[in-house]
Ligand binder design. Structure first.
Ligand code: ADP
Length: 327
């Protein structure tokens, strides 16, 4: 190998997601298995700038696979967006003798990683760590399944009270620019409608979905609203609905950060473990600036540029399932 790797740095950045710890554990233990060192970088790119770095042993990552969040902490770091900030980050890599990086995060994290890789010729591998599942080239991101299950549980609970009081519940779901969490949660919880950025939904469609349920003597309705599908989110939808139908008894629930927390599901632990191991393997194959993805249960290498730029669309049959099966 022309570029000998002796030490791999690992960091988590951007919004945290359940399963990040399982990924860190896999990266650290794979490095140790390959006979090289792993160093944890705390608070994402901020820790890289501030030299907040510690070597991680196998024991340091024991007992974390079941824990949500990230033991390395995460942060949003504005300074890393500047060339001066990235120069400081590079200085830390040299000082700590880190030869390659594994970054766990979303598209912002990958955008920063690409710049650092280009400017300083550092091998960097990305692991998709976000609840939003908005990265192209992978069926699922680490944390998505856990978050989906959390949202489904919450909606099941809301359904109990919605039914008891004959209410319309508008539930606001996270997702940045993507509606995957919202749409899948709507199918899993049998919601009457979902409002997502990828599909335009007019007021009449929501009224129709709720009205149809009422005619069939359903006495409650649940509509999932992706946070950025409509300016003002679920509150804005509630306002429109209340004006048109004061009889609906509309309530808004914003799930918020609940959606990021909790112990990762088996699925997230397994993909995080496989992807973490694959990241170290890819470095030894001299891969650079790629994201490790999972397609049809196989590990795939996706150029970071594609993972960020290409648009992943919602599946047509999912949209149809949500609409047809809720009537
Ligand atoms: P995510 O990785 O979940 O999308 P962010 O968008 O907050 O989260 O990005 C995480 C971090 O990645 C930012 O705080 C910043 O340090 C870095 N980053 C994001 N965008 C850029 C960019 N355009 N250039 C350099 N670094 C970036």
């Amino acid at each position: 190998m022309e570029y000998k790797i002796n030490t791999v740095g690992v960091l988590t950045s951007g919004g945290d997601s359940p399963g990040m710890n399982a990924a860190i554990r896999a990266v650290v233990r794979s490095c140790i298995a390959q006979g090289i060192k792993a160093k944890g970088i705390y608070r994402g790119y901020q820790g890289l700038i501030d030299d907040d770095v510690k070597e991680l042993t196998s024991q340091d990552v024991s007992g974390i696979i079941q824990r949500g969040g990230t033991i390395l902490k995460s942060a949003r770091c504005m300074e890393f967006k500047t060339p001066e900030g990235r120069k400081k980050a590079f200085d830390t890599l040299q000082k700590e003798q880190i030869d390659a990086l594994v970054v766990i995060g979303g598209d912002g994290t990958f955008t920063g990683a690409r710049l650092l890789a280009q400017e300083y010729n550092i091998p960097i591998i990305g692991l998709p760590g976000t609840i939003d599942n908005d990265l192209w080239g992978t069926d699922s991101t680490i944390g998505y399944d856990t978050s989906l299950n959390t949202i489904m549980d919450c909606v099941d609970k809301l359904r109990d009270t919605a039914t008891s009081h004959e209410r319309v519940f508008l539930v606001e779901v996270m997702g940045r620019d993507a509606g995957f969490l919202t749409l899948s949660a709507a199918i899993a919880s049998g919601a009457e409608a979902a409002i997502i950025p990828e599909r335009s939904t007019v007021k009449e469609q929501i009224e129709e979905a709720i009205g149809q349920g009422r005619r069939k003597s359903k006495n409650s309705s649940i509509v999932l609203v992706q946070e950025h599908a409509i300016e003002g989110g679920a509150q804005a939808v509630a306002k429109v609905l209340e004006e048109a139908h004061p009889e609906y008894n509309t309530r808004v629930t914003i799930l918020g950060h609940l959606q990021r927390g909790g112990s990762p599901t088996a699925y997230d632990r397994i993909i995080a473990s496989r992807m973490g191991m694959a990241a170290v393997g890819a470095l030894f194959e001299e891969q650079r600036s790629i994201m490790i993805g999972m397609k049809n249960d196989e590990i795939v290498y996706v150029p970071l540029s594609k993972a960020i730029r290409e648009k992943k669309d919602v599946k047509a049959d999912k949209w149809a399932a949500m609409q047809v099966l809720s009537i």
